[in-house]
Design a protein around this ligand. Sequence first.
Ligand SMILES: Cc1cc2nc3c(=O)[nH]c(=O)nc-3n(C[C@H](O)[C@H](O)[C@H](O)COP(=O)(O)OP(=O)(O)OC[C@H]3O[C@@H](n4cnc5c(N)ncnc54)[C@H](O)[C@@H]3O)c2cc1C
Length: 205
Amino acid sequence: MSYDDTDQVIFPAGAATQTSAAEAAQGEWDAVVVGGGMAGCIIAEQLGQAGYKVVILEAGPGKDMDLAEYESYLSRFYGAVVKDNQSPYPFNPNARMPRSTDTMPVNPGTPRDDFYLVQEGKYCTDTTFTRVLGGTSMHWEGKALRMLPEDFDLRTKYGQGLNWPLSYDDLEPYYRKAEAELGVAAEVEDQAYLGMHFPKGLATR
Ligand SMILES: Cc1cc2nc3c(=O)[nH]c(=O)nc-3n(C[C@H](O)[C@H](O)[C@H](O)COP(=O)(O)OP(=O)(O)OC[C@H]3O[C@@H](n4cnc5c(N)ncnc54)[C@H](O)[C@@H]3O)c2cc1C
């Protein structure tokens, strides 16, 4: 398979620079972020932009921002006999992650503490998490949904649940920032019938 220059835009050289463990241990850092998932990476990026020297400690493999590593994920997925969200990733005993089939409810009197994801109650979901650089965003489904304005007032409007202590307008600038980071694209007019509004003139970052 060959690639032209446009591929480098998706995986630019040096997008993820890995600091060796020895270098990380000897370095002096203003901030140490544990976990290079979506939240950790955004925090690290913001601190870096503010001039702080930041190191991210990531439990999983950390070279996957280059094309070769990404392709190895694809190859592993295509070659897996049983395919689920975790099939692309190598087994890492130091950073285990649950498979969808590992999820099971904890029944009263039969505690289950032999795995990372243990759920109580009858509503057990097969949700998982991914331990590689990028975290669970490496297998998310590309949905970036805002809550509707009325969702914040469920008790007042529909007599259900509780009202939130925040309003849609309080969160709107933060939705915007998150969407800018994620690269979300949509027609603003298409959302209007749901009551969602996108104030003009606000900075996106
Ligand atoms: C199948 C699936 C589909 C999804 N689809 C969507 C979607 O379409 N839209 C949406 O909005 N959300 C979706 N989500 C949810 C979304 O992906 C997660 O909420 C989000 O990625 C969580 O980000 P995070 O940074 O909080 O945590 P994570 O992404 O879980 O990041 C945690 C990071 O910390 C690392 N780590 C953990 N423990 C340690 C440790 N001890 N030391 C060092 N590093 C550690 C992990 O390796 C990982 O990189 C989906 C989730 C799943 C499971």
